[in-house]
Unconditional design. Structure first.
Length: 240
């Protein structure tokens, strides 16, 4: 609901008219997929707020009366599960972004040249960006593997379970970079599509201001070239 409301607020001022009976899932299911990712991020935040403020040392020392208590409060099962959920949700977000990128390089949807290339035989446009996005998604699939599937028995059988939450956190850091790369490829395609169609969004709207910012940051040229700098500029724009 939050994502749908946000999208309505961004899109309603545009006065656009849908051209298809049913849009591809990359657009139509955006609130369901991206909204689930936001829910997962909120759940992780809730777990972190508890764990950061918890006394997890073992044993736990009490002052009045003086005593100590052995316990399992250090076990990060909740954190590991929350981290797994966010990484899986991030994968879905990236997959939907790549689906929209696939739409933007297709003449059937944009009315433009394939791959948003210059109208010349043999031009590849931003074709390689789609490969980069799919490569990042392959990395994301590996990072999304739930760490809670792991198991360990240590200390002569006394410590017979592990959360692997630290591994989950490292995998999430990796996933953030991969998701940003996928989104940067989509942003690159979206900005080029608007330029090639001569579409300018109202500069007083939020989307219009972002279009101007992106137009300043991204090279307007459409000649075939190495796109590394373009993608890196889009990543920096998203990170900022």
């Amino acid at each position: 609901m939050r994502t749908a409301a946000r999208m309505r607020a961004l899109l309603e001022p545009l006065g656009w008219t849908p051209q298809l009976v049913q849009d591809p899932f990359g657009f139509r299911c955006l609130p369901q997929v991206h909204g689930a990712a936001l829910d997962a991020a909120d759940a992780l935040r809730g777990v972190l707020e508890v764990e950061i403020n918890a006394a997890a040392e073992n044993p736990l020392l009490a002052l009045a009366p003086a005593d100590y208590h052995h316990h399992g409060g250090f076990h990060q099962a909740s954190l590991a599960l929350a981290l797994d959920q966010v990484r899986l949700a991030a994968l879905g977000t990236a997959q939907l972004s790549a689906a929209r990128l696939g739409v933007l390089v297709s003449p059937a949807f944009t009315g433009l040249a394939p791959y948003l290339a210059q109208d010349e035989d043999g031009s590849s446009g931003i074709m390689i960006a789609e490969y980069a996005a799919q490569s990042a998604i392959a990395e994301l699939r590996g990072a999304a593997q739930p760490v809670t599937l792991g198991h360990a028995v240590l200390s002569r059988g006394v410590e017979e379970h592990a959360s692997f939450a630290a591994t989950g956190a490292r995998r999430l850091l990796e996933a953030v970079g991969q998701v940003r790369l996928v989104l940067a490829c989509e942003l690159l395609a979206a900005v080029r599509t608007l330029r090639m169609r001569g579409t300018s969004i109202d500069p007083d709207s939020e989307l219009g201001r972002f279009q101007q910012e992106a137009a300043t940051a991204l090279d307007p040229g459409t000649a075939d070239r190495k796109l590394t700098a373009d993608v890196e500029a889009a990543e920096a724009l998203l990170a900022g």
